[in-house]
Write a protein that binds this ligand. Structure first.
Ligand SMILES: CC(=O)SCCNC(=O)CCNC(=O)[C@H](O)C(C)(C)COP(=O)(O)OP(=O)(O)OC[C@H]1O[C@@H](n2cnc3c(N)ncnc32)[C@H](O)[C@@H]1OP(=O)(O)O
Ligand SMILES: CC(C)C(=O)C(=O)O
Length: 557
């Protein structure tokens, strides 16, 4: 038998960056960066079916609504679809005055020329040139040594400078990406960027954007942060450059890399909504922005109607936003499991009591309402759920706030159904169980027809009413210290039903003229059984009478 070689030996660990006095680990993010959406470029170029003009226009308008001020709208030299869309944006005046559009091009004269022509007439725009700089690309893609690679960069900068001069009516900004930055020697990336800066002569007033991509994510995000900090500390004329991040998600840490990169000194983040982009995607702008939001930093992007954003993104990309995607996924504010539901329910109650405007609810790092989501979907019920979950659903659906011990009683019945059906239970399933268990629709043994109350000469309360028993109406009465005890006395004296009341609660159901009352009573029967009664009525006292009769009906079974 031949021994199989361990396949992991094919791979090499990524080397550390020599930065023993790194500063970024003790920094925090305290302000929003400049954001650039590359949905219409990196996102688009990775789609099965790239967007046409209609989808691109719809996406562009969405990005503007969300608050993006820098939008990479395409790769004009790729073909007519791209070129015409970009020209259309310019010619129809669709670009708001405070939004900068950006286009990408390889460092080739003809492509750069086309790129400028696509934007001619725009008041202001960014042209973005890239060339890969890391050893693998140098050897395999270009077959060139470092000086020649650096020359591609500086030659690209010269084309930028010359083409910009052809269209002086536009205020041009330049972006250069040493593509594959994160797998290159940082000193060599600096050398290429310096060569570009030599040509374009940026100033603090008119800086160049230096975009440092993790084109393929190859190491833990701390390594990327080291690379960014090293770059920022060693780039000559740093104040004339805007340092931009462009991370991909091959190791699943594209967002983390962007966050650590900001701590390491970057000013700008490129990415896509919900992490579209080549292969595993770009860093998700929604996640980075809302991560900031939950730390009390306003990201300057508006996701207050996240479902509208998702709808448009899914339509344009023809790709679904996964149910577990941070902040946007269908299930990310939903708990099915009992202990999570219990904690969330208590968290909402505590939040209401505190009323201090600070969000602090277990298992919910952000208020779903801030993203336009309702609280209804926060708790959903299946066989993993607990009493808090069932009680939450019935409260949201019917307004009933079941007392704690009643929740435990009710829970057994819902659990049985969930196990039997083996699927999620809808609010209607739970309400059906409730009505059945507490016999709300069943033919009643004791039926309240009419009632009144008064006081006896000794001050005790007197219940006087008509109660139907198996269809026969009977006038009955009883005395007690309060209404409940007078009804209990009536049942005992007139029908021989002995109930001891253990607990009683009531609350309003709804508000205004339609408001009703719900009453719950926990009783013990003569033979030691615990029975629950529920009464719902427009009048709170009648609701209590009904609750006691409901318990008597169960006891009579
Ligand atoms: C990391 C990124 O996402 S970069 C953006 C990638 N996006 C896209 O590629 C989408 C749009 N691209 C296209 O439409 C086309 O690829 C075009 C128009 C850019 C170029 O098309 P073609 O001329 O057919 O070339 P092709 O796509 O095969 O590119 C490979 C050539 O470009 C060269 N090249 C690659 N990158 C660069 C660069 N940044 N600067 C200069 N030349 C480059 C390669 O060395 C290769 O040259 P070779 O043919 O001499 O070996
Ligand atoms: C062109 C650059 C910015 C890019 O898309 C990448 O490196 O992923």
């Amino acid at each position: 038998m031949t021994m199989l070689q361990d396949p992991s030996v094919k791979y090499r660990p990524f080397p550390q960056i020599n930065l023993p006095d790194r500063q970024w680990p003790s920094r925090t993010i305290t302000k929003a960066p400049r954001w650039l959406s590359t949905d219409l470029r990196d996102g688009n170029q990775s789609l099965i079916d790239p967007m046409g003009a209609e989808k691109k226009t719809r996406f562009f308008d969405l990005l503007v609504r969300v608050g993006l001020k820098e939008i990479e709208v395409g790769f004009p030299s790729a073909g007519a679809t791209e070129y015409d869309f970009i020209r259309g944006l310019v010619d129809t005046g669709r670009i708001p005055a405070d939004v900068l559009v950006q286009v990408l091009t390889q460092s080739r004269e003809d492509l750069i020329k086309t790129s400028f022509e696509s934007l001619a007439g725009a008041p202001e725009a960014i042209v973005h040139v890239y060339n890969a700089v890391s050893p693998l690309w140098r050897q395999v893609v270009f077959g060139l040594e470092k000086p020649e690679i650096r020359d591609i960069a500086s030659q690209g900068a010269k084309y930028l400078r010359d083409q910009a001069a052809r269209f002086p009516q536009t205020k041009w900004h330049f972006e250069y990406s040493p593509e594959t930055f994160s797998t290159a020697e940082v000193d060599f990336s600096i050398e290429c960027c310096e060569a570009v800066m030599q040509v374009l002569q940026p100033t603090p007033e008119h800086p160049i954007i230096l975009n440092l991509p993790a084109t393929v994510e190859a190491a833990t995000p701390n390594i990327y942060a080291d690379q960014i900090e090293y770059f920022c500390r060693n780039l000559p004329n740093r104040e004339s450059a805007v340092i931009s991040l462009h991370t991909h998600n091959d190791r699943g840490t594209g967002v983390a890399a962007a966050e650590l990169g900001l701590m390491a000194g970057a000013d700008r983040v490129e990415g896509c909504l919900f992490g579209n982009g080549e292969r595993t995607g770009n860093c998700c702008l929604v996640t980075v922005a809302l991560n900031m939001y939950t730390q009390g930093v306003n990201p300057g992007l508006d996701f207050s109607d996240i479902d509208e954003v998702i709808q448009t993104v899914e339509y344009c990309n023809q790709l679904p936003v996964p149910a577990r995607h941070p902040y946007g996924g269908e299930l990310v504010y939903t708990a099915f499991s009992g202990s999570h539901q219990d904690a969330i329910k208590k968290g909402f109650a505590a939040q209401e009591t505190r009323n201090d405007q600070i969000w602090s609810v277990p298992y919910l790092p952000i208020d779903p309402a801030d993203l336009g989501r309702s609280y209804e979907a926060v708790i959903r019920v299946n066989s993993q759920s607990g009493k808090g979950g069932f009680a939450w659903v019935i409260e949201q659906d019917q307004g009933l706030k079941l007392p704690k011990r009643m929740q435990a009683h009710f829970s057994r019945h819902v659990q049985e159904l969930a196990d039997e059906l083996g699927r999620e239970l809808q609010a209607t399933d739970i309400w059906d169980v409730f009505r059945k268990v507490y016999r709300l629709d069943e033919p009643q043994h004791f039926q309240l027809v009419d009632w009144d109350e008064g006081r006896a000469a000794d001050g005790t309360r007197v219940f006087a009413g008509k109660i139907g028993v198996d269809g026969q109406e009977k006038s009955v009465s009883g005395r007690g210290n309060g209404l409940i005890s007078s009804v209990v006395a009536t049942l005992r004296d007139s029908f021989g039903v002995a109930l001891e009341v253990r607990d009683y609660t009531e609350h309003a159901l709804g508000t205004g003229s339609d408001a009703r009352a719900a009453a719950y009573v926990e009783c013990v029967t003569a033979d030691g059984r615990t029975v629950w009664g529920v009464g719902i009525d427009e009048d709170v006292a009648t609701a209590s009478v009904r609750a006691v009769l409901s318990a008597a009906n169960t006891a009579a079974l």
